[in-house]
Write a protein that binds this ligand. Structure first.
Ligand code: NHR
Ligand code: GAR
Length: 193
């Protein structure tokens, strides 16, 4: 069985989209893959209750309880590795990961980023795209490397920036595309594992 472990920090809508795609497309029977666990760095992440309702194992590791990023990442690796993952998926996970963590999951660590990389790495991407006067925005699924938001690109989707858009309306339009391209990119990745 190819186990997928998903890391979240908040809403978890990408995680839910992946779980729903796995069910709808019967990944377990057809691809020998399943979402084995959802782990959050915030106890109040709304996505956790969805995962529990689906009968998926959940875990919480509060980064504030660790003295350093290295200590947090070491604990996170132990929690993830308990599920023997083939793939580790960042879905709205908001903590930058240390080079040691990234090396440990090299080639099997994915992220969805809410911009058309290599434009707008880092945070507040929608505000920056609007301020720059971009006519198009979008989302990128990429492999995670030690350099933030710079790993090989696996999938992208483009949306228009419309007159009157603010951060919230643009983020919502981008998010609906993330929900389509992320499960698709994971499917393609699973076929290569
Ligand atoms: N880690 C590495 N090494 N490489 C990447 O490409 C990563 C990563 C960890 C997360 C997601 C990324 C995004 O899609 C991601 C990609 C968090 C921050 C950030 O600045 C930046 C980018 C991403 C995720 N986080 C702050 C920090 O100090 C905390 C912010 C907060 O807690 O709200 O870690 O955009
Ligand atoms: C998504 O738009 C994701 O691309 C973005 O946060 C949202 C999470 O939504 N990720 C980042 O900004 C990472 N820095 P979700 O929790 O509902 O999937």
């Amino acid at each position: 069985m190819k186990n997928i472990v998903i890391l979240i920090s908040g809403g978890g809508s990408n995680m839910a989209a992946i779980v729903r795609a796995a069910e709808r497309e019967r990944w377990q029977e057809r691809r020998g893959a399943r979402v084995a666990a959802v782990i959050s760095n915030r106890a109040d992440a709304r996505g956790l209750s969805f995962a529990r309702e689906q009968g998926i194992a959940t875990g919480v590791l509060d980064h504030q309880a660790y003295a350093s990023r290295e200590d947090f990442d070491a604990a996170l690796m132990s929690a993830i590795d308990a599920h023997q993952p083939s793939l580790v998926v960042l879905a709205g996970f908001m903590r930058i990961l240390t080079p040691g963590f990234v090396a440990h999951y090299a080639g099997r660590l994915l992220n969805v980023h809410p911009s058309l990389l290599p434009a707008f790495t880092g945070l507040h991407t929608h505000r920056r795209a609007i301020e720059a006067g971009c006519k198009f925005a979008g989302a990128t699924v990429h492999q995670v490397t030690a350099e933030l938001d710079h790993g090989p690109i696996l999938a992208q989707a483009v949306v228009p920036v419309l007159p009157g858009d603010d951060e919230a309306t643009l983020a919502a339009r981008v998010l609906t595309q993330e929900h389509l391209i992320y499960p698709q990119a994971i499917t393609e990745m699973l076929a290569r594992l």
